[in-house]
Design a protein around this ligand. Structure first.
Ligand code: ADP
Ligand code: MG
Length: 915
């Protein structure tokens, strides 16, 4: 049964109940009604201390939560039933969410003891991946977005809300860009508007069907106007309006149809204001998730020295969204300069920020009327830190830092209010008293005084009565059911005075009260009861007053988050020896004379993640001019992929405003990073990895600009060598001639390296290996020029493969490279002739706008075999094919891991095929 079918059997009223509808007990009938009314969720039905599910839903709950499947038997039948304890529901709800269920909580909404007959129940909350707010279900350092997508013609609107913090974002773009943004924000749950027709998304959100009317322009405007008085001032297109309107409507619905008080502002952004990182790039650069053996090591984990949850979420959002605005980047770098030079302030800030609570979520809880007295105290202790933090920053004059300092509102009014109102160490419960401090409210103080006087009177009663009656063993006590009593043991009963009234008989004693004791008791209880309910009211007032200041608190949270990230980046820079990057154009017009006007120049760059896990990381330089294409060759494991990624990571770090792992870096501001990792390196593929490889390549070729950085890692590997090489070559030429993107291309197609001879912007880099003490050592050091055509064979030699085998292999490789005299059987290989035929390349003068047509022409050419075979048609296609295959097999043989015997077997096999 697939997931959808499974949910079918769980959502809605159980068919077996509907069949017996008229005979159901009132309670099950109520259950069936609620299931019908909420047929898009698994209904959990409160029965006393448990949430119960019945029939199909019970089976799902039992299976998913690993609880016992029991049954409920009544006059109408036997119903499968499973329940989870309400006190302890969070863990079970999490399992249900993880299993892909939406859950509706049907709570008892009247006191069971006061209900006449059936207790009233209603769905009070919908729990879905994007709407959970329970602390236990949320990851502290991560934003959990609920998203919506809407469409208006060619424009797509995207909106996100983090219901735990109230952050609400909206943006709009064309379809491709919008999809990318969606991938980047990766909401846990997505409400999809009419006609949006989304492709399969890589992050696999729960797709939620929602009332299409909510996406209507007018309806959406109305919804949004509750949050932004002039909706048009917030959004820039109808698509955006629809997305954010429907999103807020759904979030309201999920929390029981009320306005989301914690959403204090709706922020619009333009994706073009950020460095574009699509899901593929985020994945293959391992920014957040690692798929390699260095489990857990990602750029994020290297950077994450944040002191508080606010900072952690902010760091994540900065990393997902590096900047392109030169001034904004510079401002962050200036702040880092200041902090990096001041270890003392950094340490102080870290200390101060580490005792800061998650203000964003706190504010959301306060607005949602879910905050406890402890939460208010947490708010206050956090606000206590603010003056200290301001003090730490007293002397800064770096723009951003002083701005942050000045925006740190100390919120003294809020702080003092909480401090006056709430006791120092309040209980978790807010309904049972002990929450409001003495001296805050005169009436409460009075009531407490009355209760205290009464208790004192009772406390003195024992001694008093002992004296009056002469019974030394007389005790005064209290119990929940009977209240205050005077206890006299049986032997002393004859001395009991007349005003004692018998209350309770025990085995060895009797309990009494006196009219005065009763009177005092009523007084105490009345006062205590009234005090409790007054306290609750007062607490709610305080909470509401604090909620009024949500926006100001949110502002402080914002500043603290930025501050934590800046100090984190400074810490990381100092600890790991990063340098401040510079950007072309930073220092006026000097670029015009510079040799590589806007390229990437990195001196002794390092991979920020690999360097952490490697004993000795070898730094490498790069000079990649604008429009330049570097072809990188070298044996497996020599460091090609690491090198390319470190270049991209340096650029990303720089644009997020961080220092970078290098000795020096002079960089362009890039608009997008594209990555394409060949199919053989990416086994997670699914159906046709080659198809995917090609469609991703297509996207790069279509969308890259001269300001983009493109990484191609082993592209073309997923098909035969001849095709793969042809595609790799065509792509290289196209990227160089038409796109002009800065490109790094790691390739095992050695034949590709001669493209450098034909095109000015294309150049070769290579990695090599050497032998020390009989072991092959990879130098991990980049050098100019192509690697030797037979580097694989050389590595085999270094590894100790017998010299006859190595020699024979070397001659075969040379033959394959067109050295016709060496081996007669494969001398007419067409490779050289065809690939040096530049006349078949694209029309270099074609204007940029024709990029797509040129690409199409290329693909046509490939399909007709033009690029691969023009100019030197092999005389015997069959023999040629065999020769090619043999050469491929040889080139791809992993000689490092080959034993001499295996190598001999391989050779004899190859020889047989040639003959
Ligand atoms: P390739 O892509 O050429 O097969 P990789 O880039 O995957 O090689 O590198 C293989 C391994 O070599 C890496 O996992 C890393 O452990 C190590 N390595 C790569 N570059 C360096 C370097 N510059 N210094 C030290 N070790 C490195
Ligand atoms: Mg590699």
């Amino acid at each position: 049964m697939n997931a959808d079918a499974q949910r079918e059997a769980v959502y809605g009223a159980p068919p077996e109940m509907l069949a017996d509808r008229d005979d159901l007990t009132p309670m099950l009938s109520q259950y069936a009604d609620l299931c019908e009314a909420h047929d898009d969720a698994l209904v959990l039905f409160q029965v006393g201390d448990f949430y119960e599910a019945f029939c199909g839903a019970a089976e799902a709950v039992a299976r998913t939560c690993e609880v016992t499947l029991t049954k409920r038997e009544d006059s109408t039948g036997t119903w499968p039933m499973a329940g989870i304890p309400i006190d302890n529901a969070a863990g079970y709800l999490e399992r249900l969410l993880d299993a892909g269920y939406r859950v509706a909580l049907a709570d008892q909404v009247e006191d069971a003891s006061e209900a006449s007959g059936l207790v009233d129940r209603a769905v009070t909350q919908l729990i879905t991946p994007g709407t959970v707010v329970d602390e236990e279900l949320l990851e502290a350092g991560r934003a959990t977005y609920l998203g919506a997508v809407a469409r208006d013609g060619d424009t797509y609107g995207i909106s996100m809300v983090d219901v735990s913090t109230g952050e609400c974002l909206v943006t709009g773009a064309d379809r491709a860009l919008a999809l990318e943004e969606l991938e980047r924000l990766a909401p846990a749950e997505l409400v999809v508007g009419p006609d949006c027709d989304l492709p399969t998304l890589s992050f696999n959100p729960m797709e939620t069907p929602f009332d299409p009317d909510a996406f209507g322009t007018e309806t959406a405007r109305e919804t949004l106007s509750a949050y932004a008085p002039r909706p048009e001032a917030v959004v820039e297109s109808t698509a955006e309006l629809r997305a954010v309107g429907a999103l807020l409507a759904y979030a309201e619905y999920a929390q029981g149809d009320s306005k989301l008080e914690y959403v204090t502002r709706v922020t619009r952004f333009d994706p073009r204001e950020f460095l574009q990182l699509d899901a593929t790039a985020i994945r293959s650069l391992e920014l957040f998730d690692s798929r390699s053996a260095r489990a857990g090591s990602t750029l994020f984990s290297v950077l994450d020295e944040t002191a508080c949850a606010l900072g952690r979420r902010r760091l994540e959002s900065w990393l997902r969204r590096p900047l392109v605005d030169r001034d904004a980047i510079k401002a962050r770098l200036d702040a880092l300069d200041f902090l990096a030079a001041d270890a003392l302030s950094r340490a102080d800030l870290r200390d101060q920020l580490s005792s800061v609570y998650d203000l964003e979520r706190l504010v959301a809880r306060i607005s949602r009327e879910r905050a406890s007295a402890r939460d208010l105290r947490s708010l206050q202790t956090t606000l206590d830190r603010v003056p200290e933090i301001r003090e730490t920053l007293a002397d800064v004059d770096a723009g951003v830092l002083s701005g942050l300092r000045d925006s740190l509102d100390e919120l003294e009014d809020v702080r003092d209010h909480v401090d006056r109102a709430i006791v120092a160490d309040p209980p978790q419960e807010i309904t049972e008293g002990g929450v409001i401090a003495d001296g805050y409210d005169a009436e409460l103080d009075d009531l407490r005084g009355t209760a205290a006087d009464g208790r004192e009177w009772v406390a003195n009663l024992e001694a008093h009565e002992q004296e009056r009656t002469g019974i030394d063993s007389l005790e005064v006590g209290y119990n929940q059911v009977h209240g205050y009593y005077i206890e006299v043991t049986n032997p002393n009963l004859d001395r009991v005075p007349d005003d004692y009234v018998r209350r309770q008989t025990l085995k060895n004693s009797e309990r009494f009260y006196t009219p005065e004791l009763k009177e005092r008791e009523d007084e105490i209880l009345r006062a205590a009861d009234r005090a409790d309910s007054l306290e609750y009211d007062l607490f709610c007032e305080v909470r509401a007053a604090v909620a009024e200041e949500s926006e100001r608190i949110q502002g402080v949270a914002d500043a603290l988050a930025d501050l934590d990230v800046l100090r984190t980046l400074a810490d990381v820079a100092v600890a790991n020896d990063y340098v401040r990057p510079t950007f072309h154009g930073d220092d006026g017009a000097s670029d015009v004379e510079s040799e590589s006007p806007a390229g990437v120049e990195i001196d002794a760059g390092r991979h920020p993640v690999v360097e952490q896990t490697q004993d000795e990381f070898v730094p490498n330089p790069i000079t990649l001019p604008q429009g330049g294409v570097a072809l990188i060759t070298g044996p497996n494991m020599s460091g090609k992929s690491t090198y390319m990624r470190q270049v991209a990571l340096v650029c990303i770090l720089a644009q997020l405003g961080s220092f970078v792992p290098a000795k020096a870096a002079r960089l362009p501001i890039i608009d997008r990073v594209f990555t394409r990792v060949g199919a053989s390196d990416d086994i997670a593929g699914g159906q046709s990895t080659f198809m995917r490889e090609m469609s991703e390549l297509t996207e790069i070729l279509h969308n890259a600009t001269s300001d983009s950085l493109v990484l191609l890692d082993e592209v073309g590997r997923g098909t035969s060598t001849a095709d793969g090489l042809a595609i790799a070559r065509a792509a290289t030429e196209f990227v160089h001639d038409e796109v002009g993107a800065m490109t790094l291309f790691a390739t095992h197609y050695h034949d590709l390296t001669d493209t450098a001879d034909e095109r000015a912007g294309v150049f070769n880099l290579h990695f090599t290996a050497t032998q020390t003490d009989g072991d092959v050592t990879f130098l991990h050091s980049v050098a100019d020029g192509p690697s030797s055509s037979s580097y694989g064979v050389e590595v085999a030699h270094l590894a100790g493969v017998p010299s006859t085998v190595v020699e024979r292999a070397r001659r075969l490789v040379e033959a394959d490279n067109g050295d016709a005299d060496t081996v007669a059987t494969i001398d007419d290989t067409p490779d050289e002739a065809s690939y040096t035929n530049t006349g078949q390349g694209p029309d270099h003068t074609e204007p940029k706008t024709q990029q797509d047509e040129t690409l199409a022409a290329y693909v046509d050419g490939l399909e007709n075999g033009q690029h691969a075979t023009d100019g030197a048609e092999p005389s015997d296609p069959g023999a040629d094919r065999v020769a090619h295959e043999v050469a491929d097999q040889l080139r791809e043989a992993d000689l490092v891991d080959t034993t001499p015997l295996e190598a001999l077997n391989l050779l004899s096999d190859l020889k047989r095929r040639l003959e």
